[in-house]
Each structure stands twice: as structure tokens, then as C-alpha cells.
Design a protein around this ligand. Structure first.
Ligand SMILES: [Zn+2]
Ligand SMILES: [Zn+2]
Length: 265
């Protein structure tokens, strides 16, 4: 039986950070890769996408899919640096949540903001609206609209009994959204969840569109999620701080990990 294999290339939120204190969890912003069979799906194209390991094309020739949750820069800034765009005879499809955002993504990566357009690279690059349901070689990709300023999508991947939910840039307790997420993430093997803030910090940043590991644990438990991956670490949280947050949540939800660059599940 096949399995979805998840690798983290960027778990930072908002803006890239580097230097002492950011070696363990890493400084690149949101980017994960899911491998299954000979296929590869990127979840977001943040600065973590610049990692040269994302260009390890052992399965070269396979079409690539990039699922963008939303257009905040920390989720798209790595796109023009992606090694896959430099390969001829290589197809890269970038999916954005809503029709008007296709043109906006083209604009962000075009002069004078960027020297060339994403579709000008050697690869065969297309930008499209993500369909309600997508089948990629047996992997079903679905989504719901999450809770975030300007909207953001939560994606779910199901492949041969293996499942991953990607719920970043998600704010809890916003109307009926938590119940919607609980239903959507039902029995998932892995849920990647926005744990940007401690509960104390959240009080100050309510309405910014982010959440806490504690809320992630509540939602994961209610949904029967097997493994909780906390992501979108705040840029001012160094390794010691993130480690402390991780240790605090472990007694609440045992099977939890705070994402770090190079993490493979
Ligand atoms: Zn973000
Ligand atoms: Zn955002």
C-alpha cells in the first residue's frame, strides 16, 4: 500500500529568519513537499522552497503540483526560485484558491516587481484555480475555506488510506470554522496546524489569523487526528522558545511535533 510521505522545507511564519537561534526549526517560510508513488505535491511556496533539496529530481519528468493556501508573501515568495521552473520538458501547475488571484500572482512575479513572469521560465508552468476536487494519480485533493484575513484554504490529501490535512494561517474560534475543520480533518493521519502563538500572545494578536498549539491539540483530538504537526512558528520565537512551546503541549497531545526543516514523516 502506498503512503503519503511528508517533508518540511519551511515551517516559519510571516517572514524568513536566519542566524543563531534558528538552526533547529529553521528560518524558511511555509513549504512542505508530499511524495507518493512517482508524484510530488508542494504545499505552499514560501522561502523554504529555495532549499536546494526541493530540486532533487530523482523522479524527474513527473509533473509537479503546487497548492497555494493563500497569497500572503510568506507562502509564495519562494516560487520564482524553485529549481523545477528551470527544467525543460517539465510541467509545473500552480493552483491558487480563487480566480482573481491567478492574475494577481502573475502580477506579483512580473516587472517591475520581478524580472520575468513565472510562465517565462524553461519549464511548462501554468497558474490555475484549484478545482473543488482534484485527482492526481490516485491522490484526492480537497479543500475548505479556513479562517484568515483575506481567506486561506485548508487542504486535505487522501491516498490509499493515508491522509494529510494542511491547516496553516488558520484562526480558531471564528464562527463555525472549528467545527468545519474538525469534520474536514476527521481521522487524518497528519494535521499540520498553525501554532504561531502561545495562548498569552494570542490575546494580543486576536484577529491576525493565527492560532495556538493548544487549540490545535483540541481540534486534533476532536477530529481523531493521529499526528499533530505544529507549523508557522513566529519569527521572534527562537529555537529555545519553540522547544519550550513543544514541551508544554506534549502532555496535552502526546503525538505532536513542531515542524522543523528536514522533518520527514
Ligand atoms: Zn503565513
Ligand atoms: Zn497569511
Amino acid at each position: 500500500m502506498g503512503k503519503l510521505q511528508l517533508t518540511c522545507f519551511g515551517a516559519r511564519g510571516s517572514v524568513s529568519v536566519s542566524g543563531k537561534g534558528f538552526d533547529i526549526y529553521g528560518g524558511g517560510t511555509s513549504c512542505y513537499v508530499v511524495n507518493f508513488g512517482k508524484n510530488r505535491i508542494f504545499l505552499d511556496g514560501g522561502s523554504g522552497m529555495v532549499d536546494p533539496k526541493t530540486g532533487d529530481y530523482s523522479s524527474q519528468g513527473t509533473d509537479e503540483i503546487v497548492l497555494i493556501t493563500h497569497m500572503h508573501l510568506d507562502h509564495i515568495i519562494g516560487l520564482p526560485y524553485h529549481d523545477g521552473l528551470m527544467l525543460k520538458d517539465h510541467k509545473v501547475t500552480i493552483y491558487v484558491p480563487f480566480e482573481p488571484w491567478v492574475e494577481k500572482l502573475r502580477t506579483i512575479f512580473s516587472p517591475p516587481f520581478w524580472p520575468l513572469e513565472l510562465t517565462d521560465y524553461p519549464a511548462d508552468v501554468s497558474i490555475d484555480v484549484v478545482p473543488d476536487s482534484l485527482d492526481i494519480d490516485g491522490c484526492r485533493v480537497t479543500h475548505i475555506v479556513g479562517s484568515h484575513p483575506g481567506k486561506s484554504l485548508v487542504y486535505r490529501l487522501d491516498y490509499e488510506g493515508s491522509s494529510i490535512v494542511y491547516a496553516t494561517d488558520y484562526e480558531h474560534d471564528n464562527g463555525e470554522s472549528d467545527e468545519r475543520l474538525i469534520q474536514f480533518a476527521k481521522d487524518a493521519d497528519i494535521m499540520i496546524y498553525d501554532g504561531s502563538y502561545t495562548p498569552e500572545e494570542y490575546i494580543k494578536f486576536k484577529g491576525y489569523g493565527h492560532s495556538t498549539p493548544q487549540k490545535g491539540a483540541e481540534i486534533a483530538a476532536a477530529a481523531g487526528v493521529k499526528k499533530l504537526v505544529i507549523s508557522h512558528h513566529a519569527p521572534d520565537h527562537d529555537d529555545d522558545f519553540v522547544r519550550k512551546m513543544e514541551n508544554e503541549i506534549k502532555p496535552v497531545f502526546e503525538n505532536v511535533v513542531f515542524a522543523y526543516v528536514g522533518m520527514e514523516l
